[in-house]
Design a binder for this molecule. Structure first.
Ligand SMILES: [Zn+2]
Length: 77
């Protein structure tokens, strides 16, 4: 028996969310690389699956598609 009362076991870790698995389709992005002109585009408001975005350099617009693994794909519209 352990002397001196109760042991506390609070293993709260910041990476708890990662332990549950990838954010998947709900993942959001604050930047993307334009598939058309390869420009790097920071986005002020985070975007996610189904959102419309456009490249500030070449003007091409895209619909963001996020797959189950949290991977980002951009489809030209
Ligand atoms: Zn572009």
């Amino acid at each position: 028996m352990a002397p001196g009362g109760r042991d506390k076991h609070f293993d709260v870790e910041d990476d708890d969310e990662f332990a549950k698995g990838a954010p998947g389709k709900k993942r959001r992005f604050t930047e993307f690389e334009c598939p058309t002109c390869s420009a790097h585009n920071p986005v002020g408001d985070a975007f996610g699956n189904g959102d419309d975005i456009f490249c500030g350099y070449c003007g091409q617009s895209f619909v963001a598609e996020v797959d189950e693994d949290g991977g980002l794909r951009l489809k030209e519209t």
